[in-house]
Design a protein around this ligand. Structure first.
Ligand SMILES: CC[C@H](C(=O)O)C(=O)SCCNC(=O)CCNC(=O)[C@H](O)C(C)(C)COP(=O)(O)OP(=O)(O)OC[C@H]1O[C@@H](n2cnc3c(N)ncnc32)[C@H](O)[C@@H]1OP(=O)(O)O
Length: 297
């Protein structure tokens, strides 16, 4: 009886701690079923989840013909995998990685072109902000394993993890300015939290390449992996182990403390990011950039 009561108290506390509350719902004009229907039409690639016996899950972003760019269906799969992880009570850690030689090259430009009007762009923005905020709030210690490029939305995705490990020659780059837009998946608000407003302004307004050594020096990355591509995941597992060792409920409680401490006043900032995103999305610079399909080699 006492245990059930304790469980009920904890459930209410978690709800109060905003651990599982989405940022946007119908009161914000967010029509989730409508945006899911639209994204389901834009296919390609996959997002796979493997939950380990050791309490560490691996989430793999895969769209090999498009450098792991996130198509509409991949955005939906990402949300489904995160829902799965929210229910995984034995979970302690999570490694997010891209298959082959790239982390993620951002939104799939074919998907982005199909939703370049103001309404669809805003719906996608709110869907991805909900999804990446839930990723960030998971009671799991999360690591983005960056091999190759993390470009645009891919750079934003990696900021939603607690830590970032980069392999030699990899690069994080917020290329949004060259697309005539600003980050919209919450990446700007999280980058400011990670590196401070001055560094964030340089990285965003300069669309600067961020190699491993620079990322570490400004506090964006937490380590470099020297391993070859096929053993990077194994090395990331070793890196995360000291932080996930021990009882799952304690590790999860530690992460919950961090989430609650970090988010005070955060929701205001991220909602303003959405409003600013709406002023440039689908505008002349954005449409021009989409027609040029610049390569950021
Ligand atoms: C809010 C987020 C924001 C948004 O949603 O608006 C975005 O994330 S917009 C997308 C931002 N990302 C880009 O613009 C990346 C563009 N691609 C590149 O810069 C390069 O492809 C690079 C650096 C990722 C890899 O260069 P590399 O020379 O190694 O390979 P290729 O360029 O030959 O690419 C192979 C193949 O993949 C296709 N590709 C790459 N990225 C994307 C993408 N984001 N969407 C769709 N397709 C992509 C590329 O076109 C090549 O296909 P091919 O048929 O051979 O042209």
């Amino acid at each position: 009886m006492a245990l059930n009561l304790w469980r009920c108290v904890m459930k209410r506390a978690e709800a109060r701690w905003c651990l599982y509350r989405s940022l946007y719902n119908s009161s914000h004009g967010f029509n989730e079923s409508e945006v899911k229907r639209k994204l389901a039409e834009l296919s390609g690639g996959s997002v796979k989840l493997c939950k380990g016996e050791n309490g560490i899950a691996e989430l793999g972003i895969s769209n090999s013909s498009r450098k792991n760019a996130l198509s509409g269906t991949m955005m939906l799969e990402l949300e489904e995998r995160i829902s799965d992880l929210e229910k995984w009570k034995e979970g302690k850690g999570l490694i997010v990685y891209g298959t082959e030689d790239t982390f993620c090259s951002g939104g799939d430009l074919n998907t982005i072109k199909a939703i370049s009007n103001a309404k669809d762009g805003l719906m996608m923005c709110m869907f991805m902000q909900n999804t990446l905020t839930r990723l960030q709030r998971l009671p799991l210690i999360s690591v983005a394993l960056i091999q190759g490029k993390a470009i645009g939305g891919g750079a934003e995705l990696c900021t939603a993890c607690d830590f970032r490990l980069m392999t030699e020659g990899s690069e994080i780059r917020f290329v949004h300015k060259h697309m005539g837009i600003v980050p919209g998946w919450g990446g700007a608000s999280r980058l400011i939290q990670l590196v401070g407003s001055r560094q964030a302004l340089k990285l965003l307004s300069g669309a600067l390449r961020i190699p491993p050594e620079h990322a570490i020096s400004i506090g964006l990355a937490d380590g470099t992996l020297s391993s070859a591509a096929d053993s990077a995941l194994e090395e990331a597992q070793k890196w995360i182990t000291p932080y996930t060792k021990g009882a799952a409920n304690v590790t999860r409680a530690m992460k919950k403390l961090i989430v609650c401490g970090r988010e005070h006043l955060f929701e205001d900032a991220i909602r303003k990011e959405k409003d600013i995103f709406a002023t440039v999305w689908g505008g002349p610079s954005n449409l021009q950039a989409l027609s040029e399909r610049t390569k950021y080699n």
